[in-house]
Design a protein around this ligand. Structure first.
Ligand code: 6PG
Length: 509
């Protein structure tokens, strides 16, 4: 590639769909990019698209044919953004950049969905070679192009350099309403509003927060999918009828990007058959791992996140299509239930409340998980800010996030969203409908693990007494694991000598 040598503001490696769109977003915001990809065609594509969309008269994206050329095209100290798959490819690119002469004061930003512990290890590993900064990106390809939600973390010095760039390209929100400011055209730049980019904390913190974002995303998606399943298989509604209900819900409390795209997916007709596409899509869900990481982390941290974990299990069980096909001929379900029109209308209203309540619980689980992880890892996470940067740009964007931000503004030490007065009132007012919706789904024989696990979570949280007393007794019986007593001083341990005839209780010091 022969080009005039122009010193660019930013180097960019990885021009897949996300990478190319981030490059064009950066270019729209006035930054010149030196771009590299292992695939030459992708470099050409990015340059071609820039040429078509660029109205400035001078090229904004410079294709480079090697890591060395990329570095030589950049202003020093170099700032290089990576948009490569998580895992080994990130290390491979880092090693290649070291080989190409990257310097200790250069900054490399990993924007992939890296496992947060990998990011912590990498920051240490490459300390003497360059400054590793990370910034998880959410929003898919459209978000990358017109304003993603960005979760930067790592060296505070690096953040001073990255901040103006990140705040420029991020999605923007109207601070008053919490609604996204529309940006959908190439060349369009938004300078007003609050940017969905905020410094999260030291290395790893940003990727952890993005991981939890994805865990919540899994739960939110599963809750919507269960509602679709109940309306479709339980109430016998068509995809178009369900799309109408979802569209109506999307204008109210359940307004969210995920609800909006569900309407689009449900309405779409296959271009070859002309029939509803969703009825033709194989019911086997894929997953790349971030939901699983969130569920695993919740178990490690000891934070209950059953709705998030359930959403991961729901994807797993969907993948056993053959097994399910076999089991459906053997395992009996309930007799079919027929509802009158009025009963259907009532049930749909109950289901609406069930979705809203389950969603509040899923977010409560995600935010509590971040809080406990932050405590464990010494991160000072700002939960109001995290909720704010998720109001636009990202996959779980919704006006609902504004209420979460307000809850943490009212009390930054809030242990669980369910304890915030606003959320407690919302849940208390709707819990009866939620129960009826879950009962209905169960009587239809439609799986509703996310909706019901969230209800169980809610009931566990509001139960002063749980059956862990019997459990402690069982543990003490077979393993002498001891127990505490409610009628004695805190912290004193007791054990019953179960195998002796007297079964005396002894105090264990
Ligand atoms: C986002 C998405 C994005 C991606 C995930 C989910 O925030 O933009 O979460 O990161 O879609 O990788 O993928 P899976 O559903 O395949 O796990």
């Amino acid at each position: 590639m022969t080009q005039d040598k122009v010193l660019c503001d930013i180097g960019f490696i990885g021009l897949g769909v996300m990478g190319k769109n981030l490059v064009l977003n950066l270019a729209d915001n006035g930054f010149n990019i030196a771009a590299f990809d292992l695939c030459d065609e992708k470099i050409q594509e990015a340059m071609e698209q820039d040429k078509q969309e660029n109205t400035t008269g001078s090229p904004r994206v410079y294709g480079c044919s090697s890591y060395t050329e990329l570095i030589s095209q950049l202003k020093a100290p170099h700032l290089i953004v990576l948009s490569v798959p998580a895992g080994a490819p990130v290390d491979q690119v880092c090693e290649n950049l070291i080989g190409a002469g990257i310097q200790p004061d250069d900054i490399i930003i990993d924007t992939g969905n890296s496992l947060w512990t990998d990011t912590v290890a990498r920051e240490k590993k490459y300390k003497s070679n360059f400054l590793l900064f990370s910034s998880a990106v959410s929003g898919g390809e459209v978000g990358a192009r017109f304003g993603p939600s960005l979760m930067p973390s790592g060296s505070p010095y690096a953040w001073t350099r990255v901040k103006p760039i990140w705040e420029a390209i991020a999605a923007k929100v109207d601070a008053e309403t919490g609604k996204p400011i529309e940006r959908s055209k190439p060349g369009q730049v938004i300078t007003e509003g609050e940017p969905c980019a905020a410094y999260i904390g030291p290395a790893g913190a940003g990727h952890y927060v993005k991981m939890v974002h994805n865990g919540i995303e899994y739960a939110d998606m599963q809750i919507i999918c269960e509602a679709y399943h109940i309306l479709n298989a339980g109430l016998g509604l068509s995809a178009d009828e369900i799309a109408d209900i979802f569209a109506q819900w999307n204008n109210g409390l359940l307004d969210s990007y995920l609800m909006e795209i569900s309407v689009e997916v449900l309405r779409h007709k296959s271009c070859d058959t002309g029939t509803t596409l969703v009825d033709l899509i194989l019911d086997k869900a894929g997953q790349k791992g971030t939901g699983l990481w969130t569920a695993m982390s919740s178990l490690e941290v000891g934070c209950p996140a059953p709705t998030i974990a359930q959403a991961v299990y729901a994807r797993s069980i969907s993948s056993f299509k053959q097994l399910r096909t076999q089991a459906c001929t053997m395992l009996k379900g309930p007799e079919s239930v027929t509802l009158s029109n009025q009963e259907k209308i009532d049930y749909i209203a109950q289901l609406h409340d069930a979705i809203y309540c389950a969603k509040m619980c899923a977010y409560a689980q995600g935010f509590q998980l971040m809080k406990l992880a932050a405590k464990e890892h010494g991160w000072a996470l700002d939960f109001a800010n995290i909720a704010k940067i998720w109001r636009a740009g990202c996959i779980i964007r919704a006006t609902f996030l504004q209420s979460i931000a307000h809850a943490y503004e009212r009390n930054e030490d809030l242990d669980n969203l369910l304890l915030d007065n606003f959320f407690a009132k919302q849940l208390s007012e709707r819990q009866f409908n939620w129960r009826k919706a879950v009962c209905g789904a169960t009587m239809f024989g439609i799986p509703n693990g996310a909706l019901s696990s969230a209800l169980s979570y809610y009931d566990s949280m509001r139960s002063e007494t749980l059956p862990a007393n019997l459990l402690q007794g069982q543990r003490d019986f077979f393993g002498a694991h001891t127990f505490e007593r409610v009628d004695k001083a805190d912290g004193k341990k007791y054990h019953v000598q179960w195998s002796t005839p007297e079964r005396k209780t002894v105090i264990i010091e």
